[in-house]
Design a protein around this ligand. Structure first.
Ligand SMILES: [Zn+2]
Ligand SMILES: [Zn+2]
Length: 258
C-alpha cells in the first residue's frame, strides 16, 4: 500500500483519462493520492476531485510560479477552502529562483503570508524549493514554520541541507528523480535520511521515474521510485511501504480523520 503524497491530477494533462489514471494507481496499490493546488483555481479543482474520488485528498496553495497571481482577496478564499476536511495541507508554496516565473519579491511575500495562513488553520505546509535553499530555510525560521511542520517536496538539496530541514521539523519527499543517476547527491540523501522522515511522491505529470522518463508521469509509477528507494535502503518493499505510510499519516493528520 502506498500514498502518492504529491501529484497534480487536476492538471489538463489528465483531462483525457483521469478515471483510468486513478484506476491504474489503485491496481498498483496506491490507495491514496494527494492532489496539490498551485493557485486559487487549481486549489478549487483539487478539492472538487477530492470530493469526487474516495482515494483523493487535496491541498490548497499558491506555487511560487503563480505568486504574481496572489492578491489580497486570494487569502480569504484560500482560508475558506482550507477549512474543508478533505484538505490535508497548505501547499505547494515556496520559492523558485531557478525559473523565476514570478518576481522574487512577490514569491517571498506570498510564501510568508501562506505560512502564516497554515498556522492560522493549523495545517502542515508543502514546500517547493528550487535553487533557493538558503532563502527558504531563512524564511521558515523567521516565520516559525516548525510550529506546523510539513514536507520539502521533490527534495533537491544535499545532506547538509537535509539535516537543516529535519531540524526544522520537516519531512523530505522524493520523486522519480532519484532513479535518474547512480551515485547522485539525491541518492546519498535517501540513504542517510532517517526512515521516519521520508515520504514518496510522483509530482505527476512531471518527473517520471525510470523507465518512463520523459513521458507523462502518473501515480501508478510511484512503485518504480519505491523499488529504487527500497534497494538503496536495503529494505524489503513491504518494510518501506509500512514506514512511508506511517510517515505520510503523521504529516497529513487529516488523512486519518477521513
Ligand atoms: Zn513543486
Ligand atoms: Zn508539484
Amino acid at each position: 500500500m502506498w500514498i502518492d503524497s504529491h501529484a497534480h491530477l487536476e492538471m489538463k494533462e489528465f483531462d483525457p483519462d483521469r478515471p483510468q489514471v486513478i484506476e491504474r494507481a489503485v491496481a498498483k496499490g496506491i490507495t491514496g493520492i494527494i492532489t496539490i493546488g498551485t493557485d486559487l483555481e487549481s486549489s478549487q479543482k483539487s478539492l472538487a476531485l477530492a470530493k469526487t474520488y474516495q482515494t483523493i485528498w487535496a491541498t490548497v496553495g499558491v506555487h511560487p510560479h503563480d505568486a504574481a497571481s496572489f492578491h489580497p482577496e486570494t487569502l480569504p478564499q484560500l482560508t475558506r477552502l482550507a477549512q474543508d476536511k478533505q484538505v490535508v495541507a497548505l501547499g505547494e508554496i515556496g520559492l523558485d529562483f531557478y525559473r523565476n516565473l514570478s518576481p522574487q519579491k512577490a514569491q517571498i511575500e506570498t510564501f510568508r503570508q501562506l505560512i502564516q495562513l497554515a498556522k492560522t488553520v493549523n495545517l502542515p505546509i508543502i514546500i517547493h524549493d528550487r535553487e533557493a535553499h538558503e532563502e527558504v530555510l531563512a524564511i521558515l525560521r523567521e516565520e516559525k514554520a516548525w510550529e506546523v511542520g510539513g514536507v520539502f517536496h521533490c527534495f533537491s538539496g544535499d545532506w547538509e541541507m537535509a539535516k537543516q530541514c529535519l531540524d526544522l521539523n520537516f519531512f523530505l519527499s522524493v520523486t522519480g528523480a532519484v532513479t535518474y543517476k547512480k551515485g547522485s547527491v539525491l541518492e546519498e540523501v535517501v540513504r542517510r535520511v532517517p526512515i521516519e522522515s521520508l515520504l514518496l511522491e510522483t509530482d505527476a505529470p512531471f518527473l517520471s521515474p525510470h523507465p518512463f522518463r520523459g513521458k507523462r508521469n502518473e501515480p501508478a509509477y510511484l512503485v518504480h521510485t519505491a523499488e529504487h528507494v527500497a534497494r538503496l535502503r536495503g529494505l524489503a518493499l513491504s518494510e518501506l511501504s509500512q514506514a512511508v505510510l506511517q510517515n505520510t499519516s503523521r504529516v497529513f493528520k487529516r488523512l486519518l480523520e477521513n
